[in-house]
Design a protein around this ligand. Sequence first.
Ligand code: PLP
Length: 424
Amino acid sequence: MREEDRRSPFSALATPRSAPRNLSRRTLAISAGRPEPAPDAPLNSPAVFASTYHAGGPVAYGRDGNPTWTALEDVLGTLEGGTAVAFASGMAAIDAVLQLVPVGGVVVLPSDGFGGTRALLANAQEGRWRARFVDIADTETVIAQFADAALLWIESPTNPKLDIAEIAVLAAAAHAHGLLVAVDNTYATPLAQRPLSLGADLVVHSVTKLLAGHSDVVLGAIVASEVSGLCGQLRRHRSMAGAVPGPMDAYLALRGIRTLPLRLERGEANAAILAERLAAHPQVERVRYPGLPDDPWHERASAQMETFGNMVAFEIGGGAAAAEALARSTRLVVHATSLGGIETTIERRARWPGEDAVAPSLLRLSVGCEDVEDLWTDLEHALKIAAAAAAAPDQVNVELDGPSPSDIPATNDLGIHEHETDTP
Ligand code: PLP
């Protein structure tokens, strides 16, 4: 590396001691990104709180670099097979990728996908981007949208319907048309799927979710190959736009990643059991989990994913009111948005504005690490309440626009509200 590059805050920062890359990723999640071993040195990279550094080094200022980010980036880059750049949130990471698109450039993206990406494009100044929405699982129609486009944005599995894109086929065709290819790998994590090895240029993460894993931090990251030249651009954008991670958040995320292999394994095992039982339940009309042998994309997922993740989507009879009653009447499964925490969470996705394309009764279940029998008992009980709500909808006070938990009155065993409450 040239001296001027070495001294630039946007060049690759000196990384902590990297573990040998021939180890399993389950091992690397634990062993990568550690400080050099030395007597009395800590085993873990500490949280370094610094806005400025003694002059003379490549970082100089806290908006350009931080050793705790670097440790997190080292682990994430190792797991994805590239170089990671951490951001203040998944949204900041998405925005940084979209800034690689020239003004007026076309972005091809899934119509079923994380709503924040669609909202970001929609809220941009008129003409900043042009969005072309596609069914990302329909390979031929996606490719038909590539003419004059700048970026292909893939989500696979998609949030929330769990559709699967043919990443390698799409990436090859996109490159032939001169598009950059980004994959939001939040649902899969690098333990289940590695988009760079399937031909993507950029991998985006909401680290907030499974990677950090404890519902206590908001953080994002992008991974690309260092030789692509993209990482320098992304670091520069991070420094200029200032969407930088806090050191404590980076520390918490790094600590979370250490247990990702254990959490994911347990969450996936639980998800497979719950998906199977939900599919057999008379109240459930449809279950989507790529690990189910009769899922429409099971074969495709098996070809490009090592495991199938912890996310399940299901639709129940009785429509929105029944689904809302179910989500609000679980006792163990937490009614909350977001996903990927150690605890199981559920929500009716269509309660959010902008999710009109999602079936009104679709429930998104992020399966955590609790005992699966406890989870099933809870869901079965909530399904009974949903059935009662479907049978007597006028007795159930269900708001469909996503009230905060404090708005939700106490319910009796059947989920039918016993009294209204003014609790703020
Ligand atoms: N990508 C996916 C698939 C998500 O589900 C989310 C958040 O829900 C994001 C990106 C955005 O991440 P963050 O909330 O960390 O900004």
